[in-house]
Design a protein around this ligand. Structure first.
Ligand code: IFM
Length: 472
C-alpha cells in the first residue's frame, strides 16, 4: 500500500480525542469526592514515579471550558472522557452526590454547545477506595455496586450523552492491579486476577442491562478492550502456544464471554493450577453476554512471545511495567522479546500493522458490530522551543502510520467508524506520573498552560479534510 497519495476517510467518520478522569481532573478532594484506589496507590512509597499524584493533574475540573474550547478549535467531532466514580458516588455506596453529577452534566452540555459528541466511559480504573477495602474487583459485590453506579450516571446524563462505554481496558484493572501490582491497588495475587477479570466482566453485563433500562432507546452502549496483538517469535509449535496463552489472558478472557457468552476452554485449562473457576456462577456468562452497539479497541503496540528458553526464566519485556510478579497467571514462563525498529518514549515498539490486524480480527469475529479505535497515540519527550511552539514530528509520523492502518483495515472490510487520539492533553500517566507525555496538547505542569503541539494542528487538518496526507 503506497503512502504517496492522500487517502480519504469516509464522510461521517468520528474524529475524537480521549482522556480519563484521574489522569486530568485534579480537584481530588473537592465537592465531596473521596479517594479512589489511585489516590491511595500514589501515596504508597515507590509505586508512582517521584511520588506524583492526580491531586491537581491538568486541573481540568476547573479548566474544562478552556479544554472544550481547545477541542472545538481543532474541529473535533467527539470527546471520550470518563466519570470518576468516587466523585459521583463517594465510597461507592449510597446516594449520588449532585455536585459530582453536575460537573459531568455541564461538561456534556459544553460539548454539545460546541458541536462535539460526548462519549462517556463509566470506569477507567479509579475504583472508590472503600470498595477496594471491602475486597475490590476480586469480590462479586463490586460488580453489583457498579451496576448501581451505572444507573445513577445513566439517569443523570442519559438525556445528553449518546455514546456509553462500561469499562476501559479491564485487562489493566485485573492483571496489572491484582497480578503484577504495577497499577492500583497494587496486589500480587494470582487467583485474584481471574476473579477480578470475571467480576469486571459481570460488572459490564449488569451495567449494560441497567443502562438499557434507564437510557433513551437510541443510546449506544459498548465496552473498550486493549487486546494483545501477540505474535509468536518463531513458527515453532511451542512459540505459537506461548502466543496463544497470552492472547487468552489479555484478550479472550474478556472478549469471549462479552461477545460470545463463554470463557475459552484453553484459558481455563492454562489456569487450572491457579483456580478452579468456581467463582463463575451458573448464568453469569449469559449476563455478561449482552447485545452491544459498538466495540472500542485501544492499540499501542504488538507483543512478540516465545516459549521459555531453558536456563533463562527472567526475560520479560511485555511493556506493562516492571515487577517481580508476573501478571501472566498460569503462563508465567512465557517470554517476551524486543521487536526491532523505532520505539516511543514508553519503550513501546512502533508497528501500525498490529492495529490493522486487530481491527480485521474483530471485524471477522463479530461481523456487523461497529468498531471504534477508542485510544491510539504515543508518548514522546516533547518540549516547547524558544518561541513556545512544540514540534513533535515523531507523533505526527506515529499518527499518520496508525491512521493508514485504520484505512488498511477498512479496505479489508472492517467497519471502523471513528478514531480517538490518546490523548487530548499531556496528563498523569499512571505509575509513570507526569514523566510521559501522550498529549497532542502540551501541558506545562508548573503553570498548567496548554499549548497545542504541531501534531494537534496536523490532526485538525486531517479532521477538516478527511484526507490522510501522503509522506512529504
Ligand atoms: O494512559 C493510558 C490510558 O489511561 C489507558 N490506555 C493506555 C494509555 C497509555 O498508557
Amino acid at each position: 500500500m503506497t503512502e504517496e497519495q492522500p487517502r480519504a476517510f469516509p464522510g461521517g467518520f468520528l474524529w475524537g480525542s480521549a482522556t480519563a478522569a484521574y489522569q486530568i481532573e485534579g480537584a481530588a478532594s473537592e465537592d465531596g469526592r473521596t479517594p479512589s484506589i489511585w489516590d491511595t496507590f500514589c501515596r504508597t512509597p515507590g509505586k508512582v514515579h517521584e511520588g506524583h499524584t492526580g491531586d491537581v493533574a491538568c486541573d481540568h475540573y476547573h479548566r474544562w471550558q478552556e479544554d472544550l474550547d481547545l477541542m472545538a478549535g481543532l474541529g473535533l467531532g467527539a470527546y471520550r472522557f470518563s466519570v470518576s466514580w468516587s466523585r459521583v458516588q463517594p465510597t461507592g455506596r449510597g446516594p449520588a452526590v449532585q455536585r459530582g453529577l453536575d460537573f459531568y452534566r455541564s461538561l456534556a452540555d459544553g460539548l454539545l454547545e460546541r458541536g462535539i459528541t460526548p462519549s462517556l466511559t463509566l470506569y477507567h480504573w479509579d475504583l472508590p477506595q472503600e470498595l477496594e477495602d471491602a475486597g475490590g474487583w476480586p469480590v462479586r459485590e463490586t460488580a453489583e455496586r457498579f451496576a448501581e453506579y451505572a444507573v445513577m450516571v445513566g439517569e443523570a446524563l442519559g438525556d445528553r450523552v449518546p455514546l456509553w462505554t462500561t469499562l476501559n481496558e479491564p485487562f489493566c484493572s485485573a492483571f496489572l492491579g491484582y497480578g503484577s501490582g504495577v497499577h492500583a491497588p497494587g496486589r500480587t495475587e494470582p487467583e485474584s486476577v481471574l476473579k477480578a477479570a470475571h467480576h469486571l466482566n459481570l460488572a459490564h453485563g449488569l451495567a449494560v442491562q441497567a443502562l438499557r433500562s434507564v437510557l433513551p432507546g437510541d443510546r449506544q452502549i459498548g465496552i473498550t478492550f486493549n487486546p494483545g496483538v501477540v505474535r509468536p517469535s518463531t513458527e515453532s509449535e511451542a512459540d505459537r502456544d506461548a502466543a496463544r496463552r497470552i492472547d487468552a489472558l489479555q484478550t479472550r478472557i474478556f472478549s469471549d464471554p462479552v461477545l460470545h457468552g463463554a470463557y475459552p476452554a484453553d484459558l481455563r485449562a492454562d489456569t487450572a493450577g491457579v483456580s478452579d473457576w468456581s467463582f463463575v456462577r451458573e448464568g453469569d456468562e449469559a449476563v455478561i453476554h449482552q447485545p452491544l452497539d459498538f466495540l472500542g479497541l485501544n492499540y499501542y503496540n504488538p507483543l512478540l512471545a516465545s516459549a521459555a528458553t531453558p536456563g533463562d526464566s527472567s526475560l520479560r519485556n511485555d511493556g506493562h511495567g516492571s515487577s517481580d510478579h508476573s501478571p501472566w497467571v498460569g503462563s508465567e514462563s512465557v517470554e517476551f522479546h524486543a521487536l526491532p525498529g523505532e520505539r516511543t518514549d514508553m519503550g513501546w515498539p512502533i508497528d501500525p500493522t498490529g492495529l490493522t490486524d486487530l481491527l480485521v480480527r474483530f471485524s471477522r469475529e463479530v461481523p456487523g458490530l461497529p468498531l471504534y479505535v477508542t485510544e491510539n497515540g504515543a508518548a514522546f519527550d516533547d518540549k516547547p522551543d524558544a518561541s513556545g511552539s512544540v514540534h513533535d514530528p515523531e507523533r505526527i509520523a506515529y499518527l499518520r502510520g496508525h491512521l493508514g492502518a485504520v484505512l488498511d483495515a477498512r479496505a479489508q472490510g472492517a467497519d471502523v467508524r471513528g478514531y480517538y487520539v490518546w490523548s487530548l492533553l499531556d496528563n498523569f500517566e499512571w505509575a509513570y506520573g507526569y514523566s510521559k507525555r501522550f498529549g497532542v496538547v502540551h501541558v506545562d505542569f508548573e503553570t498548567l498552560r496548554r499549548t497545542p503541539k504541531a501534531s494537534a494542528l496536523w490532526y485538525a487538518e486531517l479532521v477538516r479534510t478527511g484526507e490522510l496526507p501522503g509522506l512529504d
